[in-house]
Design a protein. Sequence first.
Lengths: 591, 591, 160
Amino acid sequence: MHMLVCGGTGCRASASDAIVETLNSELAAKGMENEVQVIMTGCFGFCEKGPIVKILPDNTFYTQVTPADSAEIVAEHIVKGRKVNRLLYTDPENKEHISDSKHMGFYKKQLRIALRNCGVINPENVEEYIARDGYQAIGKVFEMGAQATIEQMKKSGLRGRGGGGFPTGLKWEIASKNHADQKYVVCNADEGDPGAFMDRSILEGDPHSVIEAMTINGFCIGATKGLVYIRAEYPLAIKRLQIAIDQAREYGLLGKDILGSGFDFDIELRYGAGAFVCGEETALIHSMEGERGEPTVKPPFPAESGYLGKPTNVNNVETFANIPVIILKGAEWFSAIGSEKSKGTKVFALAGKINNVGLIEVPMGTTLREVIYEIGGGIKNGKKFKAVQTGGPSGGCLTEKHLDTPIDYDNLLAVGSMMGSGGMIVMDEDDCMVSVAKFYLEFTVEESCGKCSPCRIGNKRLHELLERITKGEGTMEDLDRLRNLSHVIKDSSLCGLGQTSPNPVLSTLDNFYDEYVAHVTERKCPAGQCKSLMQYVIDQEACVGCTACARNCPVNAIAGDRKKPHVIDTSICIKCGACIEKCKFNAISIQ
Amino acid sequence: METVKLTIDNRQVEVPSGTTIYKAAKLLGIDIPVLCYMDLGDMNIENKPGGCRICVVEVEGRRNLAPSCSTNCAEGMVVKTHTMRVINARRTIMELILSDHPKDCLTCAKSGNCELQDMAVKLGVRNIPGQEYAEMSTYKTDFSPSIIREMDKCIMCRRCETMCNTVQTVGALSAVNRGFTAVVAPAFEQDLEKSPCTYCGQCVAVCPTGALTEVDSTPKVIRALADPTKTVIVQTAPAIRAALGEEFGMAPGTLVTGKMVAALRQIGFDHVFDTDFAADLTIMEEGTELLDRLTRHLNGDKKVKLPILTSCCPGWVNFFEHNFNDMLDVPSSAKSPQQMFGAIAKTYFADKMSVKREDLVVVSVMPCLAKKYEAQRDEFKVNGNPDVDFSISTRELAHLIKEFNINFADLADEDFDRPLGESTGAAVIFGATGGVIEAAVRTAYEVHTGKKLPKMDFNELRGMEGIRSATIDFDGLPISIGIAHGLGNARKLLEDVRSGKANYHAIEVMACPGGCIGGGGQPLHHGDSSILKARAAAIYREDAEKPIRKSHENPYIQKLYEEFLGKPMSEKAHHLLHTHYFDKGNKDVFI
Amino acid sequence: MSHVKVELKKEDVAKIKEICKTFHNNPGELINVLHKAQSFFGYLPAEVQEIVAVELNIPVAKVYGVVTFYSFFTMLPKGQHPISICTGTACYVRGAEKVLDEFKRILNVSVGETTPDGKFSLGCLRCVGACGLAPVVMVGEKVYGRVSPDGVKDILKEYE
């Protein structure tokens, strides 16, 4: 018997370490420590209901487990074979307990290829990876040869999962054709998109798949050195990746003469230091060279002149994670999954105002509606869906009318958003789309490297315009300026950051123009989010004078005698909303 | 050579592959506007960060606009440089740049000579939308003895960074911060004075705006001229006469020696002297020192250090004080001509004229900004009174001439005053790279061999190669000479000397590319090497036309030794004409 | 970037040199060197950067240029308990801003500042990857999930 405990960052934040400990001590107390093995795995994806404990072989899926639950799980489930019903997932529709994760809405539509081993194996044990066909692909590649492998990659239709969607096989082919004494394989693990954490989950849950894929990549293009450029803010991923590299070396899967093939390959880690722009491959390479992470004009592309001026192939973590399976199961198998121009699956970090927050993987071509309502379980607190933002700061906000859009690179681009790295943030009726655009621009302004003027100054100006609009100082002319400026920034910026940063503005202008107009002409925020545009008012009829609001006001802006209607002094009010939360009589409203 | 054919604005052009769109357009007479771009011609260095984005053009089939300065032509490319889309982008970008640029153009030091201003005119920018509420990036103004940094005016073209790091390898400047606050600055955004800046002024020479300018000493000069108690004399460096005319619309390479003297007299200087006189004096001292060291070395004195390095360039002196602090005993101890002049003027000449030291004001006109700093060095002061009171650049002199209502072009030639205005051809060539060492050879040869020089022109010492070497036959004794101009070349040469890879008897170093003719205080040449070549040609022309071409034959120099100094390297000469160097390296951090 | 002046002890200098040495004084390893130095000192004062520059034989301006480019590097010492509010998108839409405002109000510091007693410093970070727990706050290594403005007081109380 196995007990799998989620060791992803989210679940560890909710004490999954302690759960492992208590489970072990409970098992020991019952003398069953040799019969049942407790394993800390990578992320299960269902972060909303974490920490997760899964029991094999019967596939029982316990949710929101605390260390205090360990005793009961061991005593009931392990000893007596009775499931602990209160910890099982409850179907929100029929309120029935579901024990097997396969039957949960969250997992039903998912197809886990990149995440195949996450939540299944112990990432700190290479043998568990090997037991799941790990390192078989590299053996097959040695047999097939580099050329045939690149052909397979091209045939598979795999496209870069980091955002751009460039065909991976083609990229490899270009790098393989450039001759040099030294070439490099780089894994981009500098996940900078706020709200996306699939790369980290893969590295935490299945680091060997990335190592194997990088080795395959190295063999195909003739590189003997691999570098993983990883966010310094990911200590757990760094730790597990390092353990995996060490184990791979120990097993002869990295280093000299791998598996007797005569091929040498090794991997080193390089740390990012907090710069979103380093997701752009030229910037990433400069950063690895110890420079400021400023992008440079392409061409030359890294495949021609990359790290230290040598041909370099850069792929992202999720892209790499797909590769060993593609090699093993074949290009035809992979290209049968997905849509016409986007093959395979895509991992999304589903978050925001949605019931089932988590990491999901679906075949390309799945619709936004399926993701949000079937996997995501719909909007939180029964609110109304308003928008879904895909692609992070580079993407756009899509609306109700786009819900039946099958997700793939081209479709998302066509409707004014993009795949990006796979962030998917759901917004409800309470979210102000002007503020959301402003939020993203704030990020872009902070992350712009400052090298080119459209991005350095233009995004700052976009942000200022949005700020004015949310303060009720905007004009209709400003809306036109927003649009023109956005187009020019997209059209003339040096790198991908500036070329996509206006997308949140343009997509909200396109899809929520009325909301902008309301801010400008009526000086109103329809979602009630823009503080400058709202006033807290106490309904004199409804107020009973309980004084709860006045007592909780942090700035003493509310006055009134006991049992008499109260009044808010709007010149003092900081619009924190504390009074609304405390009022039991629904007497306070925002206008 | 491989070529590509393309179409630009409906016209066909064939160019060598690797040519940028910008250069290809130029061949067709199409002037695509560029701002950050800078071509340093013969140095084979281009500053093309692709940062300003003013040069964007439309390329058929390309999603976004392409920066023409850094995009190579491709076969069959169709380029359009003035479509509505391009014009709108270019203008919007210009408006953005101006929105973050101070509007004090009327009083800016660069007014009328500002590339940004010219660009605004060319693009017809008439207003800056949103200026009222646009935040500006602001920085502290930095006043050093030579250079003023007003980085509010910086447009991040990065030219100064290229000059400071790539060309000069000084490393005082780097891009710092990120995004909107990104700027070029010394470490910790401290003042230049606390950095390894050499005040070579090459950054000032290429700055397209008023962000980097020289300290303007003309008001002090005017005040001194108006003071009836002061005797004000002026010395002009060799390189001024070959470049000053450019400020009055004359062709580069026009010699304006006579007009310059006339103008200085009209301005009201009591005596118009020539730094060339002091250059002849420098040769007497430095040449003697060279021969002395050489003779002792040949006689087996191990304590004698060779090569001897020239020391007339203050930027170079600053550079080795910072970077070669282990070799401070290698350069000649001879002061620079500017300082020799000041020392002689305030002793020998002041005595002759019966003027008190304090009442004699020495003004120098220099092609150089480091001279301003040099004039302020403590070791060049007597009781706080500097040997050279004010040093102004060629550009400042041009301003002064204009301010004094002098019609420069119509002036009749006049001659320098005696005694400190007499000079030889050897002194004039100090202005061009290789000139100092050629002048030294002319004298040293005759002194050493006792024979008359068989030829006067040493073409093997002339030219624009960054590092040159030649062996001169001193009547059977081969003297090996190295020449470097540009501090980056000087660093390379000196590192070879330090490591023992290079062996020379004497080395001439000039901090600025081309020598003083390309100095940081000269009329702006924007890296155009044809201008530098024309100036150098003018210098050699003046040399050829001089009746006396060897320093030791200057009758006034001979008289100076007879009447005052005794002989070269005498005790008095030592006291007045030699100096010592300081360790400005980063030693304190070694603890 | 504002910074503080420090006097380095002999052993601190030796430590920096040792760090540089482990990376073979290779300028290409500048970022790795800075990571190590920051994890040792807690921040990167000018004096540390100067030694790194000398050891790697690069201009100190360049070191500073790199330090100021990356948000992970800081020239200010952090508080005893560094507080980081996740301002990733998932946390943003679930009210991170209000939580941040409450920290600012109670501690009376802005983002990037440290309380006068050196106890707390306030910072933002982008996505811890615990979006299921949004909004998320980190104090030191400890992660707090589903934080409401009301809960801020209680979190701070744990460190009094």
